[in-house]
Design a protein around this ligand. Structure first.
Ligand code: DGJ
Length: 715
């Protein structure tokens, strides 16, 4: 690539099994012609012909037909759909025309990078795009706008796009609500737009999570599919646009409030990274996200400790003797971390009061938290503590002393939600206050882990005395606080809770080691949630707990093997009053924890696979060791099969020519209600290819039951 280019050129980037092909013009930002399978090693000049090959027929006017849609589509380049950039200087200079565009490529250890800087000299605005092809084969893309003039420039929309080919005829994303997160939904990718927006200051429980477009009927193992995700924890949109010109675009960006982004001279606004993955089926698409996350320096390297969380065990009814009893029983069954949830601070006996007053309740803990922390640490466990740093109850000392620290509008702090309001963390005084309280408690008690909650959406969240739209600044302030706490307390881990599942985007996950998936621990529901959250996060980043026999949110009853076998497919925890369980339940729990510890290294490093179309009632997922030498599969019945026997189940993802010994494995004490097939007796030895193509006969499982199968390479 030369820089600047005089005629349109085509560049080809290759990494991690992915090719990105882009058209670079002297008057526009890049137009992506392909992101998907590696196209192989061809001399660069062979790609030049693509410009002629892909030029649409007809009058060569930019608006009809439209041959090239750049990563920032603009009307002034002939794009008649949703623009990629909207900005203005008090209503002027809103239609940018690029006078110079400079494209630069770089090849680094971590990525192939294509940076393009487009300048509108008259308007005094510079627009930059960065397209990175990462080692995992993930693509990420962002744009920035810089104001070169002295008069302020307001940005109202900056949403980069990635095109997908015509064959992508079906869309998939997630829907949900609190307690019922991540329900997949599909629809045809018809003309028009499919738009998912989050205005509540966080991705939300209904977050699209990923917006995928693929060959109709794409599944986990087959059907080419492309998907995008926005690494941002504030207001946001993901959308798919099918234009009459044939272009199909996936896009994402921040939803910017009125005058929320106003740039002074020299200032710039950068959009969040739009991450993009593709695959022959969703497993490959998800695998690129997992590889990327696992390759980060900040990815947890230690074994994910089994934790016990106090929430569903005691709720607000905390007392030192009870908690020490719980801690002793936790350590006895093999727990490694003890997390004290909501209810430990002054006056917090229910959710109406005291948020923001991060002082230990002297009524409940007359000698502070030290006796509990000492007991926990003395039992060999780490201590974790719950906070909700962004929130405040009006009934708190903090709110009484500093009413001006609460976000709101000219009409006041606005709606309450779970009795709480939002602290204006973009105000440095507020940020320093909250940071110092949390930091002091971490120091005092050697806290290893923070469960960081966020139990309400941001509505009317104005910042400062003028109550200007504040979500953008608030989101950055939260990231800053998480980062500062981790930097000043090396090894500190943060869980992104958000009322369960409301904030698990890759922006927050840069700072958090795991996400709490939902407030619903019902094992039946959790199967769906883990499966679809798994498009983005690997199992070690998903908090999955064993709850009590009757689920607290749905009232459903499940056996311990089903609850435990569900929860071990993630970062295992227990949220159950262990002081009330029977001896046999204790023994069973102990063996499940041992089972998790035996397989957690495999589960937290291996490739995740799912079988397609197993049966209407059965789910099968597996994890394959990176070297293909071992795998564990989990077969679950989530309903009654319409046929009996349920038919063969494939075991996908194994090395085709490797012989595997497959056996049913279960914790010693598990009381499955399973009628086994003949091969359970002694297992079977078959090559990976045959296990995938022909499969094995499953056991007869009752609804809401499961078994684990272990595949070990024997040659
Ligand atoms: C919502 C969380 O999801 C729960 O696990 C618990 O921490 C409560 N908040 C505490 O208020």
């Amino acid at each position: 690539m030369t820089s600047p280019v005089h005629d349109a050129q085509v560049v080809h980037l290759r990494r991690g099994g992915t090719s990105v092909v882009a058209r670079l013009a002297p008057d526009n930002l890049p137009c992506i012609l392909h992101w998907g399978p590696d196209l192989g090693d061809h001399p660069p000049d062979q790609f030049q012909e693509l410009i002629r090959a892909l030029q649409m027929p007809g009058p060569h006017e930019p608006t009809y037909p439209h041959s090239w849609a750049s990563v920032i589509p603009r009307q002034t380049a002939g794009w008649l759909g949703r623009p990629g950039l909207v900005g203005h200087r008090k209503g002027r200079e809103w239609a940018l025309t690029f006078t110079t565009v400079k494209h630069t490529g770089a090849s680094g250890a971590d990525a192939e990078v294509l940076r393009s800087v487009a300048t509108d000299q008259t308007a005094g605005v510079e627009t930059t795009t960065e397209i990175e092809l990462l080692a995992s084969g993930l693509v990420r893309l962002r744009a920035a706008v810089q104001n070169l003039h002295s008069e302020p420039y307001a940005v109202t929309l900056l949403e980069p796009v990635l095109p997908v080919p015509a064959e992508a005829g079906e869309l998939l994303d997630m829907a949900g609500r609190p307690g019922h997160e991540r329900t997949p939904q599909r629809r045809p990718f018809d003309e028009g737009q499919w738009v998912r927006e989050a205005w509540g200051g966080r991705p939300g429980h209904d977050s699209a999570t990923l917006l995928c477009a693929g060959r109709p009927g794409f599944g986990f193992r087959t059907g080419r599919v492309w998907g995008v995700h926005l690494a941002w924890s504030g207001n946001q949109t993901l959308s798919a646009e099918h234009s009459y010109t044939g272009w199909k675009l996936l896009r994402g960006g921040e939803l910017i409030g009125p005058h929320e982004i106003v740039l002074g001279q020299g200032e710039a606004y950068a959009s969040p990274w739009l991450y993009a993955s593709w695959g022959e089926g969703l497993d490959e698409l998800a695998g690129r996200f997992h590889d990327h996350l696992r390759a980060r320096d900040t990815h947890p390297q230690r074994d994910r400790p089994v934790l016990v969380n106090t929430w569903e065990a005691v709720y607000f009814d905390q007392s030192l003797p009870k908690l020490i009893d719980l801690a002793e029983r936790a350590a006895d069954i093999g727990a490694e971390r003890f997390v004290l949830d909501d209810g430990w601070f002054k006056g917090r006996r229910d959710d109406t009061t005291s948020l923001g007053d991060w002082v230990v309740d002297p009524g409940v803990y007359p000698d502070g938290l030290t006796p509990l922390v000492r007991a926990v640490q003395g039992l060999g466990m780490e201590f974790g503590l719950w906070f909700e740093p962004e929130m405040v109850n009006l009934d708190s000392e903090l709110a009484r002393e500093h009413p001006d620290w609460i976000m709101g509008t000219h009409a006041g702090p606005g709606l309450t939600s779970r009795n709480q309001h939002i602290l204006d963390l973009a105000n440095p005084e507020v940020w320093n206050h909250v940071y110092s309280r949390i930091s002091a408690l971490i120091d005092e008690h050697d806290i290893a882990y923070i469960k960081w909650d966020h139990n309400r959406p941001l509505t009317g969240a104005g910042h400062g005395p003028d109550h200007t739209p504040g979500v953008h600044k608030q989101t950055l302030a939260v990231y800053r606080m998480m980062q500062a706490l981790r930097e000043s307390h090396p090894g500190l881990e943060i869980e992104s809770c958000c009322g369960g599942g409301g904030r698990l985007d890759l922006g927050i996950m840069e700072h958090a080691s795991r996400a709490w998936l939902s407030d619903c621990i019902d094992a039946h529901e959790r199967h769906r949630m883990a499966r679809w959250t798994g498009l983005l996060l690997p199992p070690e980043m998903m908090g999955t707990h064993i709850g009590s026999g009757t689920d607290h949110t749905t009232g459903r009853r499940h056996t311990l093997p089903f609850r435990a076998g569900t929860a071990i497919w993630g970062h295992l925890g227990i949220e159950w009053d262990l002081t009330t369980i029977t001896d046999s339940e204790r023994a069973e729990l102990r063996s499940w924890i041992a089972f998790y510890k035996r397989f957690r290294n495999l589960l937290h490093s291996g490739r995740i696979v799912h079988a397609d179309n197993v049966n209407n009632a059965l789910d099968l997922e597996g994890v394959i060791a990176p070297d293909g030498g071992e795998a564990v599969f989990r077969l679950s019945a989530l309903g009654l099969p319409t046929r009996l026997p349920a038919g063969r189940i494939p075991l996908p993802g194994l090395e085709a020519n490797t012989l595997y010994q497959v056996t049913a494995v279960s914790p010693a004490k598990a009381a499955f209600t399973v009628t086994p097939p003949a091969w359970f007796d002694g297992g079977v030895s078959l090559p990976g290819r045959i296990l995938d193509e022909l499969g094995v006969m499953p056991p007869l499982l009752q609804p809401d039951d499961l078994v684990f199968l272990h595949a070990q390479a024997v040659r």
